[in-house]
Design a binder for this molecule. Structure first.
Ligand code: TXA
Ligand code: MG
Length: 307
């Protein structure tokens, strides 16, 4: 931990666990450090990053917090939700973090190691998911070692016993820059229903064609293998990824009991495992109910399968 915090302070990259997926972090105040993220991932420079913070005061220093953000922060932070807010003009955030936008994405992670890293390095940490751009996100340290071997990884010791910890899917992103028109830019564990209940009015998912979340529009979360969705049986050269009663493979079922949370947790790891099998193949994935966290799972699968 000491070494990792030192690396962040001195402008180096550190991959660290969060309650969603592993992040590839750099000091958000240091432009050179942030640029290293883009080059390590091969990420297009117009795709902004999320700033991770340890306390709400830092968030208020960086962005204009409105009433809605205060309510949601009180309710959900630390936790798997990211706010998009107008950035403060005098903020010290390095320009590359927001890639030319006048808003900034911020989140407070609910993970002991992430929090400790933030506290010990004493700066906000800009971090996208720790995967090569466009590829499946990392939910285990081993995914980073395979896919970004140069990167220093602060490993979550718990995952040795428990496998993938926590949620296994990226945070919900909510655009709060216009408080009269709060919208979801990326589905996650905090569903439209939950957000609507907390704010007392409808909050909907908007696929924003004006590139509100540029990373969302491209092919994303994709294995090298092809993907076939809503598969109920296997064809030739396919490896199955089952769900519930659609037990398409001996080895890989996202949740035999049909539990969507369990499916979210298993999704990226199982995709990475199947993708690592030699030879050309298609991953045939069973239908996933489009409710609750299923919205986020199906959203990722749709992007993963688009070409
Ligand atoms: O759970 C998560 O959110 C993980 C962990 C590491 O915190 N991070 C993550 O980061 O998923 P990334 O970079 O893979 O996805 C961030 C998304 C991108 O689609 C990006 O375009 C969008 O957030 N984004 C960042 N800043 C934005 C902004 N100012 N306005 C709209 N979208 C933004
Ligand atoms: Mg990502």
């Amino acid at each position: 931990m000491k070494e990792a915090a030192y690396k962040i302070k001195s402008g180096e990259l550190v991959a660290f666990p969060t309650e969603t997926v592993y992040g590839l972090g750099a000091n958000a105040y240091n432009e050179d450090a942030v640029r290293k993220i883009y080059s390590a991932k091969g990420r297009p420079s117009n795709n902004p990053l999320i700033v991770h913070i340890a306390n709400i005061e830092t968030a208020r220093e960086i962005a204009h917090f409105n009433n809605e953000s205060e309510i949601l922060a009180k309710h959900f932070w630390p936790g798997p939700i990211t706010f998009v807010l107008p950035i403060k003009e005098n903020s010290k955030i390095a320009p590359s973090v927001r890639a030319g936008l006048d808003t900034i994405a911020i989140r407070m992670p609910a993970h002991k190691i992430a929090m400790e890293l933030l506290e010990k390095s004493e700066v906000p940490i800009a971090a996208p998911s720790a995967n090569p751009s466009g590829y499946i996100s990392a939910t285990l340290a081993s995914h980073i070692r395979s896919n970004l071997p140069e990167i220093y990884v602060l490993e979550d010791p718990d995952e040795k016993n428990m496998g993938v910890n926590n949620y296994g899917l990226e945070s919900t992103i909510v655009d709060l820059s216009d408080p009269d028109n709060v919208k979801i830019l990326r589905y996650g564990f905090i569903t439209p229903e939950i957000l609507s209940n907390v704010l007392g009015r409808p909050v909907e998912y908007i696929e924003d064609m004006e590139i509100k979340a540029p990373g969302m529009l491209e092919k994303h979360y994709s294995p090298k293998s092809k993907i076939r969705l809503n598969a109920t049986s296997l064809e030739e050269y396919e490896i199955g990824l089952g769900f519930f009663e659609y037990n398409l493979s001996e080895e890989f079922n996202l949740s035999k009991s049909g539990n969507l949370e369990e499916a979210a947790k298993n999704l990226y790891n199982m995709l990475q495992l199947i993708d690592a099998y030699p030879g050309e193949k298609t991953i045939a994935i069973a239908p996933i109910p489009n409710v609750g966290i299923g919205l986020a799972i199906n959203d990722r699968l749709k992007r993963a399968s688009s070409s």
